[in-house]
Design a protein around this ligand. Structure first.
Ligand code: TXA
Ligand code: MG
Length: 322
């Protein structure tokens, strides 16, 4: 563990009930002492997030798991051993002591051990659980670098720890392990298939369960403020023809290096052609183009292959598809 002056400061802010934004390998989190109800309440206030949306509790090691969760199944332990520390959140039966505003009143709690060195150092130095959603306003794009947190939450957070660019760039995979049948609640860069391989059993998808408030149920989630659509590249020329002068300027984000004919008022930005690098760059790029005053952001449809599942999920949400 490395205790820098920043970590010391962050720990004292958390102990006093304040908020600290910190880097993780997925996205930046807005952290509060998960055992302090007033501190947790202020997360909802600053994010402008409805109070029924539960928070993920971040811990530094599996030794703390018993403070937050009970009835942890052998399968849940298998996933913890395989993927922690890392970009996986396990939804487990909550310990009776877990605050209601952390769980949104549900009987389960989401837990993650992040891998980023600064998150690890902060959690070890703090000693307890840190409740942290992504450090953005409700429904907006998650921040993947410190400057983005400042844009989102600016003066409303006492300290922003700068850990550079988030390596993964998309939020963690969330899997509900609180009942017999594991259920994927949010796809992430730890794929459904990687999880199935460890558990040696198929994972049910994100089927509807009225009782569970699954992530991103709002139509617009993880969304830029600019109108955003996902378009097959083959449809693009036709689509562009339908645009009138008032629809410009707009921007096309392409990953396939397909050449989009130069066109006045239409900018083209290339994203990487592999899912890992695409995920890493996506939110930073969306955030940048969102500031440019475009009338529309058009994103080239990505493959329907398994490695792109999390990206497909976020693009559907960014463009307001269900
Ligand atoms: O990668 C991540 O998971 C980031 C970093 C900071 O750890 N955190 C994050 O938190 O994305 P947030 O709050 O933006 O998204 C967490 C999602 C929420 O949509 C919430 O509904 C869901 O996790 N969640 C949390 N606890 C849950 C529970 N007990 N049951 C079902 N869903 C839960
Ligand atoms: Mg979020």
């Amino acid at each position: 563990m490395k205790i820098t002056p920043d970590i010391t400061k962050a720990v004292s802010i958390l102990r006093a009930g304040g908020l600290v934004a910190f880097p993780t390998e997925t996205v930046y989190g807005l952290g509060a002492d998960a055992a302090n109800a007033t501190a947790v309440d202020s997360i909802f206030r600053v994010k402008e997030r409805p109070s029924q949306h539960p928070l993920i509790v971040h811990i530094s090691s599996t030794e703390q798991l018993g403070d937050w969760a009970i009835n942890i199944s052998p399968q849940a332990w298998q996933l913890a051993r395989a993927f922690w520390p890392g970009p996986l959140t396990l939804v487990l039966k909550k310990h009776p002591g877990v605050l209601e505003n952390v769980t949104g009143g549900q009987e389960t709690v989401g837990i993650r051990i992040p891998k980023h060195a600064i998150a690890q150092n902060l959690l070890s130095a703090f000693g307890g659980g840190i409740a942290a959603p992504s450090a953005n306003k409700f429904t907006h794009i998650s921040p993947t670098h410190a400057e983005a947190v400042k844009e989102e939450l600016g003066g409303q957070v006492a300290l922003i720890l700068d850990g550079g660019d988030s390596e993964i760039g998309l939020e963690s995979t969330i899997i509900d392990m609180s009942s017999d049948a594991p259920r994927l609640l949010r796809p992430g860069m730890i794929s459904r298939f990687a999880i199935e391989e460890v558990l040696d059993t198929p994972i049910v998808g994100m089927g509807s369960n009225a009782k569970v408030r699954a992530p991103g149920m709002h139509a617009l989630h993880y969304a830029p403020r600019t109108k955003t659509s996902v378009i097959e590249m083959s449809q693009l020329p036709h689509y562009i023809n339908t645009l009138s002068r008032e629809d410009l300027p707009c921007v096309v984000l392409t990953h396939s290096n397909l050449r989009v004919a130069a066109h006045k008022g239409i900018d083209v930005i290339s994203l990487p052609n592999n899912p890992v690098a695409f995920a890493r760059d996506l939110y930073r790029t969306l955030r940048a183009v969102d500031k440019k005053g475009y009338r529309e952001i058009m994103i080239e449809k990505v493959p329907s292959k398994r490695e792109w599942e999390a990206i497909n999920d976020r693009l559907a949400k960014a463009s307001g598809q269900k």
